[in-house]
Structures are given as structure tokens and as C-alpha cells.
Design a protein. Sequence first.
Length: 418
Amino acid sequence: MTTTETAPRRYRGKRNRLAKPELLAPAGNLEKLKFAVHYGADAVYIGGQKYGLRSNADNFSFEEMKEGVEFAKQYGAKVFVATNIYAHNEDIAGLEDYLRELERAGIAAIIVADPVIVETAQRVAPKLEVHLSTQQSTMNWQAVQFWKEEGLPRVVLAREASLEEIEQIKAHVDIEIEAFIHGAMCSSYSGRCVLSNHFTDRDSNRGGCCQSCRWKYDIYEDDLPMVGMDADKFTMGSKDLCMLEHIPDLIDVGVDSFKIEGRMKSLHYVATVVNAYRQAIDSYMADPEHYELRQEWLDDIRKAANRPLNTGFFYDTPGAEDHIYEPEEKAAPYDFAGVVVSYDEATGMAVVQQRNHFKPGQEVEFFGPNGTFFKQTVGEIADTEGHPLDAARHPLQHIVMRTDSPVKPMDMMRKRVR
């Protein structure tokens, strides 16, 4: 049924390695998209209101997508949309119209697992690049070659792929490789978990995952709990992935796109993690021979981490020590406190939008893109009408305060949790 008008595109030419690795960030809503781009993401991936695997995220209307695309263009960044469900028969109705709308919205690429969505996008929305989702669990160069021959310019590898395997894939196939380098790791093999389906009738592979691997469990014998009500329950969740210390290795084996997980994560998480990786990548690319990992990048990552960190499958197969079986202390003893709205250079006064409770006398940290960072103690604060306040306790309230150093709109403020 192939005609000149409906024939799928075929990828031609060499893009074996991008000149500089792309930093790809998650964005669960429009605000997170803008902060991810502002803090240094080369591209962001979002979800629409259909066909994605994060149905509990805010997700984007077509109008929000258009606004996000226009904002990203100001920074030279791109917007991708996850359309990575495994479709059932009832999911197919409306697919063609949905893909055409993504193309009209200016979306650069879609991330796809199901072959029917691949074929449909190539046929009805040829301006959309199609990237293969990690849900396809692609692990070997021959599979990557197959998808290249199907017209895909990029493959997102399974999270179980090692650096050695990535190097072999790049040696055999001229194609862009995207890999997750930071964030939560699925306890199941990539794209294959059905615990949520069985426990809650929420389909993991159609966007309904209930995160059942993070629940607290007991062990039973003869219908009696072995751990007991008074003891700590355990989970079977894995530690989070963090490859910040290994940027040179990722670049050397040819990873083209560094993907951060977390469309459900907070604004503070997205900005902090993107900022740290942006600085590390830029520093390495500017002078590979003299590159040094900076401790402040690692410190910042830990201020946003929700769980203990490891290197996933990149160097070795994770063992029991790479999983979380017991309750752990909060890994990030910091709360997101506010966002800078404006700053008056003449007076040194900033307007900060409150995001969590803070008050005079507390130590806070301000940070922004490209390494902007300083600590200070909060002095007197007031509302925008000049009324003194004993605390900033109202969500999204605009607070006027003096800052010890200049700040810019979209700089962020956080506080340590005692």
C-alpha cells in the first residue's frame, strides 16, 4: 500500500555522533519545561494527553505544546513528545489526527515503542522525527540496525545496556544513541512490568503504573506476617541512577543524548539536575584533557536526589546492594523555598515567589544557571505592599527581601531541612 505520498521516510546519511552530546530533560508541565530549558537543557521531552506513559503527570494540551516550542526556540532547544504506550485496539482511533496535531504544534520528535505508531507517524506526519523508546528494550546492534532501516534516526537503548554494549552498537551502526543517565530505575526489565496491572488494574504500558515496586511489603508464612506490624516494612525498589561522575566515559563510547528521567519530579529537581549536568558537559567539551569533576556539582545533585544513587548497568550488573530493601533516610535534606521574580539592582531587593515556608533568620541558598550560587541568612521580609512578615507561609505569595548578591528572574532559592 506504499505510494509516493504515503511512503515512510528513510533515514539517510551519517549522524554517527553529534558534535556535542544533547542534554535531554523531563518536563511534566509547561513551567517545568521553561525551567529545564532556562537551566541548560538542549531538548525536553513531554507528554501529551494521549499515548504517553505518565498519565498522572499534568501533561500538555496542544496550545501548551505550541507555547513550549516557542519558548524553547528562544534558547535553540527542541521539544519531544512521548507517545510510547503499547497500543491496544481501542487506542488506535484518533492516532492519525493526534500525530498531525503534534506536527502542527512544532514538535521536533516523538518517542515511540509501538510499531503501528512508528508507521503511522512516518506516513501522516513526516516532519516528526521518530525516536525509538526505551520501552522496546533494545540491547544489540542488529536490533538497532533494524530500526535504522525502518527509518528511525535515533534509538533510546534499554536501561540495561552497558557502556561496552553501547560502544559496540556505535561501532556497527551509524545512528544516534540516547541513554538514560540520571533518575529512577525500573525494578523490572525495561518496559516489561505488569505488577501494576495485577495489583490495581492500572496498565503500566499504557501510562497507569502505580509504582508498586516502591510499596512497603511484608513476608507471610501460613497467612501470618513474618516481619510484623511494629517492624519496618521493605520495598523492592532500585537505587536511582547517577552518571555525573562519568561524563567522559559516556562521551567516549558515543552516547549522543544524555537523558534525565523524571516527568513526575519537582521543579527544583529538574532545574538542579539539569544545571549540574550542563556545567559538567560544557566543562568537558571545552577542555577534555584538563577536565575535572567539581565537588559542588555532586553536592547539588544530592540536594535534589530522592534516593541513594548508583551507576545502574553501565559498568556491571547491579546486585542486592543496589536496591532499597529497608527504609532509608531522606536523601535530599533540602526544600525548594522560592523562585526569583525580579531584582532591583539599585536597592539590592528581590521579589521572590514563595514555594515553601521560610522565615527571617533561616539560612538559604540561591542558585541559577551556569553555576550561580551563594548562601545567605534571610533578613527582614515583607509583602509587595510593604507590610512586614514574620514568615512566608502562603503558597505562591510574592515576598520582598534583600539578597546578599545580585539575582535574576528564574533563579531559585532552597533551604536546608533541619
